[in-house]
Design a protein around this ligand. Structure first.
Ligand code: FDP
Length: 327
């Protein structure tokens, strides 16, 4: 007997129909899925074709640009453009906001097409993360940058593993798997497990002594209770937390022996990293805060590439560290 699973398209069509929504969002999602499949193709053959190395230039944030970063950015912008549904996009790979269809576009898309650069040379998992907000359809639209609480959806592809996770506002977080025909299938609702037996803690241990003392103390008191996992690519690490529960954190760096290497504002980008996983986490029953204990989804971005510290995962654990952070 052949076993058939529901396709992503079928799932989304039913979702839109049930909530009396337009088809525009489907066209946008089709563009993101086409982008992810295309990026995945380049990534899988990257080592063979020499695409996993440096592009030879440095971006505005002072980081070496990888050839795959450029390819992934170009692919995503192409599909977003032809969708006709995007007002403007913010990409990790472009300093400026990218105007796309400023007249009749309907959505704002904030994305990082290839997140987790230290894994690229090895062909190991990276993420394509995105958040989506909607333009004001009732009145004038000033195009201001949206906080995570104003996203209507957020998701991530873990490339090249063939997994895709999408959170829809007030409708849950869903995981899909790619099949041999490159179709995403089998919607599975993700809910963070309440039972702490499988909870994990995920952070870069090498940074541990550069964190604020109160964070170091919290780690000291809690580390023995949990398994420890760190892949070095937010999408992959957060993928595990969504399944097993626990917490991923990238705290502010305030005690580095070389003060120039401190990152008091945190490392991760608010609009296309932290708010994306915070949105997925909230829809799965979890929560996320920054270094001051403020909910990530409440932070109003002031600029496209704003950074933040991030603590994201199971509510009891994130609330516990938030209490410490709030002092
Ligand atoms: P990367 O810098 O390697 O692109 O901001 C992105 C990110 O990866 C995340 O995906 C990842 O969780 C984190 O930074 C890894 O940083 P460290 O190498 O400092 O641990």
């Amino acid at each position: 007997m052949i076993r058939f699973e529901q396709t992503f398209t079928n799932f989304l069509l039913h979702h839109q129909e049930k909530h009396n929504r337009s088809y525009h969002f489907l066209i946008l999602m089709d563009a993101l899925i086409s982008s992810a499949k295309h990026i995945e193709h380049y990534y899988l053959t990257g080592a063979l074709k020499g695409n996993l190395g440096l592009a030879g230039n440095v971006n505005v944030q002072g980081e070496d640009v990888l050839r795959m970063d450029q390819i992934a950015h170009e692919i995503a912008i192409h599909y977003l453009r032809v969708s006709g549904r995007v007002v403007h996009a913010i990409s990790e790979e472009s300093e400026k906001i990218i105007p796309i269809n400023t007249e009749s576009g309907r959505y704002f898309v904030y994305f990082d097409p290839l997140d987790g650069s230290s894994n690229v040379a090895h062909g190991l998992p990276v993420g394509f993360l995105f958040g989506i907000a909607k333009r004001n359809l009732e009145g004038p639209e000033d195009g201001h940058l949206r906080a995570g609480k104003d996203y209507i959806a957020a998701g991530m592809f873990v490339i090249p593993t063939g997994t895709f996770t999408l959170a829809l506002k007030d409708a849950g977080t869903w995981r899909f798997h790619i099949d041999e025909t490159m179709e995403f299938l089998k919607p599975t609702r993700m809910v963070l497990p309440e039972d702490s037996k499988d909870w994990e803690l995920s952070f870069n241990v090498a940074n541990r002594y550069t964190y604020a003392e109160r964070v170091q103390d919290w780690i000291e008191q809690n580390q023995r209770k949990y398994a420890f996992r760190y892949l070095g690519a937010l999408a992959g690490d957060f993928h595990r937390i969504l399944s097993n529960g626990g917490m991923f954190m990238y705290p502010a760096i305030v005690n580095h022996p070389d003060p120039k290497k401190n990152r008091a504002q945190g490392k991760l980008r608010l609009m296309y990293e932290a708010a994306v996983v915070a949105f997925m986490c909230q829809e799965a029953g979890g929560t996320a805060v920054d270094e001051t204990g403020t909910p990530i989804l409440d932070i109003q971005p002031k600029e496209p590439h704003q950074r933040t510290a991030l603590y994201v995962g199971s509510k009891p654990m994130v609330n516990d560290i938030a209490r410490v952070l709030l002092g």
